[in-house]
Ligand binder design. Sequence first.
Ligand SMILES: CC(C)(COP(=O)(O)OP(=O)(O)OC[C@H]1O[C@@H](n2cnc3c(N)ncnc32)[C@H](O)[C@@H]1OP(=O)(O)O)[C@@H](O)C(=O)NCCC(=O)NCCS
Length: 179
Amino acid sequence: MTDAAANQNLVVRDVTPDDEAVVRDLVTAAFPSDMEARLVHTLRHCGALVLEQVAVDEQAAVVGHVAYSRVTPAAVGPGHALQVACLAPVSVWPDKQRAGIGSVLIRSSLRKLKELGEDLVLVLGPPSYYPRFGFDPVLARKVQGPYAGDAFMALALTDTGSSDLPIEVAFATPFQEFE
Ligand SMILES: CC(C)(COP(=O)(O)OP(=O)(O)OC[C@H]1O[C@@H](n2cnc3c(N)ncnc32)[C@H](O)[C@@H]1OP(=O)(O)O)[C@@H](O)C(=O)NCCC(=O)NCCS
């Protein structure tokens, strides 16, 4: 295992209501403004989240957070029945970044998403970061929606996630602020 966090005994678990305040502070600290923290809050409370998890260290402190929200395929087309999720945002405290926490959190949460029956995961982010988890901008070209380009990547978790394409998708309503 190459992740530095392999030695940190991180636990990745689902978010509980008790985590909401620290998650808001963490997401706000990780990004230049509180826009992403507000996005998480809105997604959570409009029922759009498929999975929300935190990474917790040995002292039980929350050190990372990731949210996946529902993406809706168009009612027609080969991929109309696919279960599609969007990874956004992912956050690690600034003074704890680049120590492997984000990698442990993303890998673990992707395994959980697969267990939950998700077929396809989409992300918009740095092309230098997400391919290490299997995200692929070429696969994402078969996903039509508001995003395009090399920063838009897709990861199939099942065979149908890569075979039942192309699809047209709509992201959860709170993302319209980012389009
Ligand atoms: C992105 C983020 C979640 C990654 O978590 P992390 O714990 O720092 O990442 P890891 O330690 O697991 O991975 C480190 C690698 O990620 C790269 N990386 C980290 N943040 C990056 C970024 N914003 N863009 C590109 N690469 C990034 C590092 O360069 C390093 O690469 P290397 O392994 O080739 O040296 C974290 O840096 C963060 O919270 N950043 C601010 C918020 C953000 O940009 N979120 C993602 C938006 S899509």
